[in-house]
Design a protein around this ligand. Structure first.
Ligand code: WQD
Length: 337
């Protein structure tokens, strides 16, 4: 039996595929390479010595999904595929709703038709909107502040409704906080297409000498040093959380959600300092106005994941920065075609 990983050549998907293969799972992957490169498959083989069965496919293409389920004995799905840029989602909401929500409906229809009723879903802490207090717990109210976050919230609700309609389904929604870092080998890491939005790939542009300075979006927040606070989590810890959730969906039915974070926040300035320590690189800073839509503080209460999944983050902020820089050193221009 195999695990199907949608979007499995992306940043978090590829790291999860590595952990799945090393845990002995047989893995089938599809990706449309919208935000990833084919060479990632070779890197995964270099790391693990194992291959995956790969399909270049789009989850909105029902016939492609049918073919994947017809040709493979799949008994669970880890679902990463989707558009994920907050800013882009504001400019192109219909593309986000059609791809992320429409594509997930097609995927679920083909899962049901094939009798595959286990899913681990890549959700996001963005579903909490701007919470009244921190740390965030899974029972906090949910709301979206942008179309990207709305797609994550709607997909969580779709999956909950599917579980109500058919009690044989088992779904685990993982609400990621801020994934950064890279595999310790430096063979896979974060290599976004185009101009990056997230802080770590932008810091890496400065470290690589491509940009002169990192922009700091606001230093007037109600935080210890005035800059935004986030719960950064090593992508390998995040990948391990998917293995824990996969085991869970084989043992229980119904819908669950889990915060996947370290449980503590670091400010932008603290992150930049940690990166400078890890890389030996000075990172010049330019203070800019706050970025629209940003919240001041976000960090997880990860108690539920520890108690129910038996998972907790192990790697530190310094590990995250060290491994991110190691990926940059080994891939100064990202993944080459
Ligand atoms: C982190 C902090 C910025 C860039 C988003 C999505 C979330 C998830 C992770 C997918 C904030 C500050 C950033 C820069 C800066 N994505 N910053 N200068 O916005 O917390 O979360 O990415 O699931 O869903 O919402 O991440 O890395 O963009 O920002 O000062 O050049 O860094 O203000 O405080 P964010 P981020």
């Amino acid at each position: 039996m195999s695990v199907l990983v949608t979007g499995g050549t992306g940043f978090i998907g590829s790291h999860t595929v590595v952990e799945l293969l090393e845990a002995g799972y047989d893995v089938v992957v599809f990706d449309n390479f919208y935000n990833s490169k084919p060479c990632v498959l070779d890197r995964i083989k270099q790391i693990t010595g194992k291959s995956v069965k790969f399909y270049e496919a789009d989850m909105c293409d029902a016939s492609a999904m049918k073919k994947i389920f017809a040709e493979n004995e799949i008994d669970a799905v880890i679902h990463f595929a989707g558009l994920k840029a907050v800013g882009e989602s504001v400019e192109k909401p219909l593309a986000y709703y059609k791809n992320n929500i429409g594509g997930t409906v097609v995927l679920c229809e083909e899962m049901a038709a094939a009798g595959v009723k286990r899913m681990v879903f890549s959700s996001s802490a963005t579903v909490y909107g701007d919470p009244e207090t921190v740390p965030m717990r899974e029972d906090f109210p949910t709301s979206a502040t942008n179309p990207y976050g709305e797609t994550k919230l709607v997909i969580e609700r779709i999956l909950a409704d599917v579980c109500v309609s058919d009690p044989e389904w088992s779904v685990s929604c993982l609400r990621y906080f801020n994934p950064i870092g890279a595999h310790k080998s430096g063979l896979i890491g974060e290599d976004p297409m185009g101009i990056p939005n997230n802080i770590m790939p932008r810091i890496q542009k400065v470290a690589a000498g491509e940009w002169d300075a990192i922009t700091i979006f606001g230093n007037d927040y109600d935080t210890p040093d005035g800059t935004g606070v986030r719960d950064y989590i090593h992508v390998t810890d995040l990948a391990q959380a998917h293995i824990a959730a996969l085991k869970r969906v084989y043992t229980v039915k119904g819908w669950e959600c889990f915060n996947i974070g370290c449980g503590r926040g670091y400010s932008v300035l603290e992150l930049i300092d940690a990166y400078s320590r890890a890389s030996g690189k000075e990172i010049p800073k330019v203070i800019m106005p706050r970025r629209p839509g940003d919240i001041a503080v976000s960090y997880a209460d990860p108690t539920k994941a520890k108690e129910v999944l038996g998972w907790e983050a192990k790697l530190t902020l310094d590990d995250m920065c060290r491994d991110a820089y190691n990926f940059l050193l080994k891939n100064p221009h990202g993944y080459e075609d």
